[in-house]
Design a protein. Structure first.
Lengths: 188, 254
């Protein structure tokens, strides 16, 4: 079936001029129209198609260039701002350090001052207390002296008022001696 | 089986795998003795050119800095050709850019439009590809003379070759120069013709084989159509690249 179909095809081809492309009668108009079509298409493309393409490509190129420039400018500005901020930060840190240092020095000054005044106060209080103790001691000694005089006067009165025998004198002397021995400081 | 054979054989003339390369004149015109008929070939040239314009019109109807999909594709096409021209020809190739741009997209859309079922593949016509290749090589030859004067003849004298070999080398150089338009034209024509013939043959298998056998050639046509799209691109690319090479030769010699 297929073989006979192709045999017929071959016969048909042999009867014709072989490949249709080699049929000279169709050459001339194709040459003319190929050239004409090409140049008409060239004209239309050159006039209506290429300019908008080139325009948009140039526009895009310009936009990319200006965007890049703007980006570079922003980057430089950001750099500058960053440097400024760093500088300010450093200044602030320096200021803070200085303030802390000053505060420490002041605090130390106040501490020394307070310690000195306290020492003076204590010394003053101590001297006052010592003076008071001294005064009290003197008063006590004076009082004791008065008391001893009174006792001596009382004893003397009693001796004088009473008719004394030998035993009585002895007794009194012994009492006096005992008193002196018991408290030897009293007569000073 | 034998009963169906005459039926198939009767249909056979319509099953010519070269049938879709036939140029059919729709309107016969003559202008000053020159044949300017409108044929299916001419019609599809115009359709291809119209598709190029439509594509770029849609892509750049409302051009934006941040492109959409179609605009990106259009820009990619533009930059692709721009890259080829800049890489191969360089700064002096700028004036030729619109020509090369047009050539690439015209050929590309002719190649791709030929894949539409029922369409006509303009680039499968040797006379069309030959017209373009002769225009290109002829232009590069004339431009070479325009740029370098008679100095351009040195183009056919390879440098660094002993004088004794010159009688051999100069004819070889001339032949290789003359082979340029031939190879350029035949490469595109043969690729398009071969691919479409292959597809046509496979489709004939599909319609003549019973259903249990038809899926194999049908599957092949599906895959091969994809390959043909790729070939359409590649051939347009090669044609463009070689055009740039020839123009570069006429500008910079070698």
């Amino acid at each position: 079936m297929i073989a006979s179909a192709y045999a017929a095809t071959a016969e048909h081809a042999a009867a014709g001029s072989g490949m249709p492309q080699f049929e000279p009668s169709v050459f001339q108009h194709q040459i003319v129209w190929s050239i004409a079509s090409f140049f008409v298409l060239l004209y239309l493309l050159k006039k209506y198609v290429l300019p908008p393409i080139e325009k948009i490509l140039d526009e895009r190129g310009g936009k990319i260039r200006s965007d890049l420039e703007a980006a570079e400018k922003s980057r430089q500005e950001a750099d500058k701002i960053r440097q400024d901020v760093q500088r300010q930060l450093a200044a602030a840190r320096r200021l803070a350090d200085q303030t802390v240092e000053e505060a420490r020095l002041e605090a130390a000054k106040y501490r020394d001052l307070a310690r000195e005044s306290l020492t003076q106060e204590l010394a003053k209080k101590k001297s006052v207390a010592l003076a008071e103790i001294d005064a009290a001691k003197r008063a006590a000694v004076a009082e004791l002296h008065d008391a001893v005089v009174d006792i001596a006067m009382l004893a003397t009165e009693k001796l004088i008022a009473k008719s004394m025998n030998k035993n009585d004198v002895n007794k009194v002397v012994q009492e006096a001696v005992a008193a002196i021995q018991a408290n030897p400081g009293k007569l000073q | 089986m034998t009963a169906t054979a005459p039926v198939v054989a009767a249909a056979a003339p319509k099953m010519d795998p070269l049938h879709h390369f036939h140029v059919t004149k729709y309107l016969d015109f003559d202008y000053l003795g020159i044949d300017v008929a409108i044929s299916n070939s001419v019609l599809w040239m115009w359709i291809a050119a119209g598709l190029v314009l439509l594509f770029f019109h849609l892509a750049f109807k409302n051009p934006r800095i941040v492109p959409g999909r179609l605009q990106s594709l259009g820009e990619a096409g533009y930059l692709f050709i721009r890259g080829i021209v800049d890489d191969i020809v360089g700064e002096k190739g700028r004036p030729f850019f619109p020509y090369i741009f047009t050539l690439f997209f015209f050929i590309l859309f002719c190649n791709l439009a030929g894949l539409i079922p029922g369409s006509f593949t303009v680039t499968s016509q040797l006379i069309v590809t030959a017209t373009f290749s002769l225009m290109i090589v002829g232009f590069s030859f004339v431009y070479g003379f325009y740029m370098h004067g008679t100095h351009y003849f040195k183009f056919f004298v390879p440098s660094g070759v002993p004088v004794l070999l010159m009688p051999l080398m100069i004819p070889i150089e001339i032949i290789s120069f003359l082979a340029r338009p031939v190879s350029l034209a035949v490469r595109l024509f043969a690729n398009m013709t071969a691919g479409h013939t292959m597809l046509a043959v496979m489709f004939l298998y599909v319609v003549t084989l019973p259903w249990w056998g038809a899926w194999l050639p049908f599957g092949f046509t599906v895959i091969f159509t994809g390959v043909e799209i790729f070939i359409g691109f590649i051939q347009a690319y090669i044609f463009t690249i070689l055009t740039c090479v020839y123009i570069n030769d006429s500008i910079h010699m070698h």
